[in-house]
Design a binder for this molecule. Sequence first.
Ligand SMILES: [Ca+2]
Ligand SMILES: [Ca+2]
Ligand SMILES: [Ca+2]
Length: 179
Amino acid sequence: MRKVLMAAMALALVAGLIGMGVYAKWSDTETSKDNYFQAGSLDLKVNGKDDPNVPVLIEAKNVVPGQGDSVEVTLENAGTLDGEAYLHIKNLVCYENDVIEPEVDDEPGKVELCDAILVTIGGVTRTLPQWVNQTVSLGDLAGNSSMPVTISWEIDENAGPNIMTDKCTFEIEFSLEQL
Ligand SMILES: [Ca+2]
Ligand SMILES: [Ca+2]
Ligand SMILES: [Ca+2]
């Protein structure tokens, strides 16, 4: 019992000497400052606008067979992340409107104008109904950059009078997906 006590005292003495700084221990500290996380962004703009201010792109009134035009749209990625741009024609609604005298051979229930509208995007030509619900890739759009997109249209030059007064309305949706 006494030996144990003496051993404990000796141990306490050694511990005390260390605590009094008998052995010098050097150290050196460096700090990396200003570390942070910040989320990136993806922000598509069509002709500089966001919804609900994106302008009407095609307003073609009084069209006739053989008539055509093209519209150039500027897509901008105002965000910091790279993305891929897509175009999607949707919500096509066709109206027969009046069936006037030259249109008498009109097929009831069919709006002939829609199939007579030929739209070209990225070098591919399809009728307007054929474009609907197709998601078309327009290519990569890097952060803080813009790209032109050309949409061309032409009324089938062989369209007959059964397209008279017919009207087709639709939406052109653009989207940007993070790469
Ligand atoms: Ca936007
Ligand atoms: Ca018609
Ligand atoms: Ca009509």
